[in-house]
Ligand binder design. Structure first.
Ligand code: SAH
Length: 242
């Protein structure tokens, strides 16, 4: 019994790895959000598709598990990488009592890497990835991580920077980072990476505080070395100063 948890990359089939593509082709049943399945529609046309609404993650994993238990090969689709705020962990938890199911996690290009490439090369050195979603993490813990990562001069990549219920979270996060990062720190954000309407822009941390972003945006905050070179966001690793 085989259950793939597949990271399809940020956009459509052109940002997917051949291994992800092969896993989908080898599967009988595809499970995932409609949005992601639509991105790879051509690949899954002849497959049985189990679509599930947002937020019902446990239900979705159980449906994938149940399909695998019937002997079908199943692919659970995640955007970006399946192990970065994706379904790979929960899938392992849900199948913990089903040793007959072989789970194979197929990595994908996560939004941090894909978005960094759109802006230039901001994540060349040590960086921290922090999600601003407090659905599963208490906000106090998110604040602490933002604060300490800023004190340690990490570049910071923010996932889930906003939603309708959390419209001012990016602003709050910037206020915390501004305690130890300069207001001039080069930053940027990218919307709809690899998808229709991809848009990336470079700004300062002070400007980022005023920016309106949505849930399909990934945000990048530089460290003390980050520069804007030819309009691109670049964090030098230090080769030129050695
Ligand atoms: N597993 C995904 C992350 C899921 S969490 C990955 O590895 O990329 C959802 C968050 O990821 C979004 O709120 C956004 O911050 C980021 N994200 C995922 N795909 C994106 C895309 N195509 N464009 C911009 N941001 C994206």
């Amino acid at each position: 019994m085989k259950l793939y948890v597949v990271g399809i990359g940020p956009g459509g089939a052109d940002q997917m790895t051949p291994r992800a593509c092969a896993a989908i082709q080898a599967s009988d049943v595809i499970v995932g959000y409609t949005t992601y399945i639509d991105l790879i529609r051509a690949l899954v046309e002849d497959k049985e598709i189990l679509q599930t609404p947002m937020k019902q993650e446990i239900d979705r994993c159980m449906r994938a598990r149940d399909a695998a238990l019937t002997g079908k090969t199943v692919a659970m689709i995640c955007s970006g990488d399946a192990g970065v705020y994706g379904m790979a962990g929960l899938m392992h938890e849900v199948c913990s009592d089903d040793p007959d199911i072989e789970i194979e996690v197929i990595p994908g290009v996560t939004a941090a890497c894909a978005g960094a490439a759109v802006l230039g090369a901001p994540l060349m050195h040590d960086f921290a990835v922090i999600s601003l979603s407090d659905l599963l993490t208490p906000w106090e813990k998110i604040e602490k991580r933002l604060d300490l990562a800023s004190q340690a001069d990490f570049c910071i990549c923010l996932y889930n920077p906003s939603s309708k219920k959390r419209a001012d979270y990016l602003q709050k996060a910037c206020d915390i980072m501004l305690k130890s990062k300069s207001p001039d720190t080069p930053c940027g954000y990218v919307k709809n990476i690899g998808r229709m309407g991809e848009y990336g822009t470079v700004c300062t941390l002070e400007q980022l505080r005023e920016a309106t972003v949505d849930m399909f945006t990934t945000v990048f905050v530089g460290n003390s070395q980050t520069q804007v070179i030819g309009g691109k966001l670049v964090t030098p690793r230090g080769y030129q100063t050695k």
